[in-house]
Design a protein around this ligand. Structure first.
Ligand code: URA
Length: 259
C-alpha cells in the first residue's frame, strides 16, 4: 500500500529527527532508489546466506583482509590495498579514505578510532575539533605531526572510512581492519605506540575500558603501547585532562629512555 503522509506530517517527522541530532540524510550504505525496482532481483530462499550473528566478525572479510595486506610491501602498497578492499560497507558512504598523517619514520605512532566529518572531507586523520586538541596535547610535550625524528608523530586510525553519523564502529568492521592496522605498524616500525580511545584498544589489545587501561604500558606486535583517553572524551570531560597529562609525561619519559 502506498504511504499517504501529508506535507505537515512529513515536515514534523523531519523536524523531530533534526531535534534528535540527525545532521545528514544518509544511511550506512547508499541506496540508488531509481535502480531498485529493476536491478535488485529477489533472492531465492534456497540461496539465502545464513544470517550473521549480531557482532560476530565476518570471517571471510577478515581472511580477505589478511590476503590483501600480505601483498603490501610498503605503505603505498598498504594504502592501495585499502583502496581496493571492497568488503567494508563504510567505504561506500565515505568521501575519502583517511590513511595517515605525519612522518612515517617518527618514533611514535598514534592510532585513533575512526574519521569524523572533517577527516572524511579532508582525507586527513584528526583534522577537526578533536584534532585541534590532539595537536595541543602533543605540542605540550614538544611533539608534532609536522616534525620528523624524535619530535615527530605518525598518525592513523583503526578505521580508514567514516562511520555514518559518527556512530561507533561495529565489531565486524573493527575485525576486518585489524590485519590492515597490524601491517601498518609492521611497515612503519615505530618505537612506541599510543592507542587513543577504546577502538584501538579493542582492535589491538582485544580489550575495552579505556578508564582502566589508560596510563599502563602494554605491548602490540612487540612494541610498547600506551592507551590514552581520546581527545573527544577530553572535550566532553575536561577533568580527565589531568590523567591525559600524566599519560603524555609517561610517553615523554619512555621516549627519553629510548634515545
Ligand atoms: N577521532 C579519531 O579517532 N580519529 C580521527 O581521525 C578523528 C577523530
Amino acid at each position: 500500500m502506498e504511504s499517504q503522509i501529508d506535507y505537515w506530517t512529513a515536515r514534523a517527522l523531519l523536524e523531530w529527527q533534526v531535534e534528535l541530532g540527525a545532521t545528514e540524510a544518509i544511511q550506512d550504505v547508499p541506496v540508488d532508489r531509481y535502480a531498485l525496482a529493476t536491478v535488485v532481483p529477489k533472492k531465492p530462499v534456497a540461496q539465502a546466506e545464513p544470517p550473521m550473528q549480531a557482532g560476530s566478525p565476518d570471517t571471510d572479510a577478515v581472511s580477505l583482509a589478511q590476503q590483501a595486506v600480505g601483498r603490501a610491501s610498503d605503505l603505498a602498497g598498504l594504502r592501495a590495498a585499502l583502496e581496493g578492499f571492497g568488503h567494508c560497507d563504510l567505504k561506500k558512504g565515505a568521501q575519502n579514505l583517511v590513511f595517515a598523517d605525519g612522518d612515517p619514520s617518527a618514533k611514535v605512532m598514534v592510532i585513533g578510532e575512526a574519521p569524523g566529518r572533517d577527516e572524511d572531507r579532508q582525507g586527513v586523520p584528526f583534522a577537526g575539533s578533536a584534532g585541534q586538541l590532539f595537536d595541543k596535547m602533543f605540542a605540550a610535550i614538544g611533539m608534532t605531526r609536522s616534525a620528523g625524528g624524535v619530535a615527530g608523530l605518525y598518525v592513523t586510525n583503526v578505521l580508514p572510512w567514516r562511520p555514518p553519523q559518527n556512530r561507533d564502529p561495529k565489531p565486524d568492521e573493527i575485525a576486518m581492519m585489524v590485519p590492515f592496522v597490524k601491517r601498518h605498524i609492521e611497515l612503519a616500525r615505530p618505537d612506541l605506540i599510543v592507542l587513543m580511545g577504546n577502538v584501538p584498544c579493542q582492535a589491538l589489545l582485544g580489550r575495552r575500558g579505556i578508564t582502566r587501561l589508560r596510563g599502563n604500558w602494554h605491548e602490540v606486535s612487540g612494541i610498547p603501547a600506551l592507551p590514552m583517553f581520546h581527545p573527544d572524551q577530553l572535550l566532553r570531560n575536561p577533568l580527565a585532562k589531568r590523567e591525559a597529562w600524566a599519560d603524555l609525561l609517561s610517553l615523554q619519559a619512555k621516549l627519553r629512555e629510548m634515545v
